[in-house]
Design a protein around this ligand. Sequence first.
Ligand SMILES: [Zn+2]
Length: 101
Amino acid sequence: MDVGLIEAIMKRVVKDDRSGHWIWQSQTGNTQAQIKYEGKWYQVVRVLFESEVKSLKKGEKVYRMCSNLACVNPYHCEAKTKNHLLSYFPYAKLGRGAENV
Ligand SMILES: [Zn+2]
């Protein structure tokens, strides 16, 4: 994992100690937090999740489990495959996960 990328991300994150949310400062609407680093776009939650929690297995995506749309706290996320998620939450809005990553 690129340390510079993590640093660039953390400069745009404000940790809210009270709620535990990590608030992404460049949030626009309902879109996933993304960052451009050395000419490439990265999904912020995915980078943080793999850096802080664990590597993702093939087919896994990072889904935010808290209700704050701007939150990128990897500990508020879980790695799930789409089928796994559907088996638990058949009505889940899958579009809210970090897609296309
Ligand atoms: Zn959160």
